[in-house]
Design a protein around this ligand. Structure first.
Ligand SMILES: NC(=O)C1=CN([C@@H]2O[C@H](COP(=O)(O)OP(=O)(O)OC[C@H]3O[C@@H](n4cnc5c(N)ncnc54)[C@H](O)[C@@H]3O)[C@@H](O)[C@H]2O)C=CC1
Ligand SMILES: O=C(O)C(=O)Cc1ccc(O)cc1
Length: 302
């Protein structure tokens, strides 16, 4: 006999507290409320307009302060800018009660993951998280409950991780339609420097290269899909990216050095009219890019 799944069966958490109900916190809130994964979702955010909009949109059931919201929460999600997350966690510590699982969504993991475990009271477990999905807009107004559908969602358990907390977070990730991928925090930071932080830096540099031209207005009007496709992310929040690039400074600088080597190879081939080398470089990129579009497989699922 087919068992009918009622909404009660999907209830993963009783009370979820989200600090930072912006694009990502709001999208997690919508995913939780729309799919009825939590009985109550409480939002904490110093931006009153944003928080009120989150309530109106149904991304959180109610707004509160950390002091009021945190006791008896079974999940606490830090969805704040990378530069303030550790400070918010420090502020939260006195109000945490045993049984709370804590995760974050930040684009850089290293220091936060290292510090988090050390400052938490007994019975409270932290596992870093990073949804590999987003948009170039900030604030809850752009939030969507299906933002993480089909995306990889990185979790960074340490060697002392709590297995029950990890299982619950993996279940949540899957219920949101995303694919959990476990990585060590340092490995996470090295990989995202290449596939997220470097592309962002390059998109911004590409836009600025064109903008620095005397005829930039005309150039931007003429720009076709190629320029738009390669620079969409340059429209994202500058403060958010300042935090990301500086917090992951060493890995980002390493990725820039690798990029410079590839650029030099391309430059040399053009300078030398070296048709063979130029085709080889372009062909290598073409094949890799085409394999990215086809047949998506996820790490940990191979
Ligand atoms: N935007 C994106 O595409 C992605 C962002 N991320 C990460 O998600 C995090 C949030 O980014 P977004 O949602 O895009 O930013 P956002 O600017 O849309 O939202 C951040 C929210 O945090 C609030 N906030 C600031 N200080 C706070 C504090 N002390 N306590 C509570 N709330 C506070 C802000 O008022 C704002 O509403 C960042 O750490 C970012 O690295 C991760 C994946 C994708
Ligand atoms: O806009 C996009 O497509 C992005 O890739 C956004 C994004 C920004 C930061 C992240 O840490 C992850 C994803």
């Amino acid at each position: 006999m087919k068992v009918k799944r009622n909404w009660e069966a999907l209830l993963l958490f009783k009370k979820v507290v989200i600090a930072g109900v912006g694009l990502i916190g709001g999208s997690l809130g919508l995913a939780l409320t729309e799919r009825r994964l939590a009985a109550e979702v409480v939002g904490v955010d110093p931006n009153r307009d944003n928080l009120n909009l989150a309530v109106t949109m149904g991304a959180v059931h109610r707004a509160a302060s950390l002091v009021e919201a945190l006791p008896a929460a079974d999940l606490f999600i830090l969805a704040t800018p990378v530069g303030v997350t550790l400070g918010v966690l420090e502020m939260a510590v006195p109000f945490l009660t045993p049984g709370t699982i804590i995760t974050d969504v930040g684009s850089v993991k290293g220091r936060l993951v290292e510090r988090a475990e050390k400052m938490l009271p007994a019975g409270v477990h932290f596992i870093g998280g990073h949804p590999m999905a987003g948009l170039e807009v900030s604030g809850v107004a752009g939030a969507r409950g299906d933002l993480f559908q089909g995306a990889s969602y990185i979790l960074t358990p340490t060697k002392n991780f709590d297995p029950v907390a990890l299982q619950k977070l993996k279940r949540l990730v899957k219920e949101m339609g995303a694919h959990p991928v476990e990585l060590a925090a340092e490995q996470h930071d090295r990989l995202v420097a290449m596939i997220s932080h470097l592309p962002h830096l390059l998109a911004a540099t590409l836009v600025n290269t064109v903008a620095a031209e005397p005829s930039s207005d005309m150039l931007l009007q003429l720009a076709a899909g190629g320029f738009r496709d390669t620079t969409r992310i340059a429209a994202a929040n500058a403060n958010m990216w300042r935090d990301i690039l500086l917090t992951n400074r060493d890995m980002v600088l390493k990725a820039v050095r690798q990029f410079r080597r590839q650029l030099a190879e391309m430059e040399l081939a053009i300078n030398n009219f070296d048709q063979t080398a130029l085709v080889a470089v372009l062909e290598r990129a073409r094949e890799v890019r085409m394999s990215l579009a086809e047949n998506r497989t996820y790490l940990n699922e191979r």
